[in-house]
Design a protein around this ligand. Sequence first.
Ligand SMILES: [Zn+2]
Length: 192
Amino acid sequence: MQNPYEADRIHDIVREGLAQVLGSSVDEITADATLVSDLGAESLDLVEFRFEMETKLGVALPKSNVLDQLASALGGSEQLYDERGGISELAAEVLRRSAFGYSEEQVHAGMRPYEVAAAATSAHWAAFTHRIFDHLPEVCTECAADKAQIAPSGKVQCAGCGAALEAAAGDEVMAEGVRAALAALGHAQPVG
Ligand SMILES: [Zn+2]
């Protein structure tokens, strides 16, 4: 089923959710404001944001991060860091190819992992959240229709019978993105 959401609409919902969690106005949540440094988000706020998106959109944002998933795809973290603890060119490239869509300015080799985490903006989370909706079932399990639509609640439903549709979990979407990036970069497809 095709993603029924426009990227902009998801970005609006993400910004509203962040404003609510951070107690700020939606106007402050600009596309390039970093959640941690610019907006002062703490890890508990991000937990709450994840809950907020689950409630509003019915999606499970990832609990893990790209670097952790990359380490598990590669069977270890040796290729992820340089001798000073900064991320490698490979790790930076996989991050830029992830659904978060970091630019070369935002994420580059040599950054510390906490700096990578601090680089995330509402636009990155919106891009990732939007990508989750690219992972809807092929057809409705209730009526076999192949079209999705947005219900008044904001969640995604079958256009044929109105049954709720479940997109893939964020962690799965992220893991798949990491595997695809590694394959595109010429790394052998990891097992499992
Ligand atoms: Zn249906």
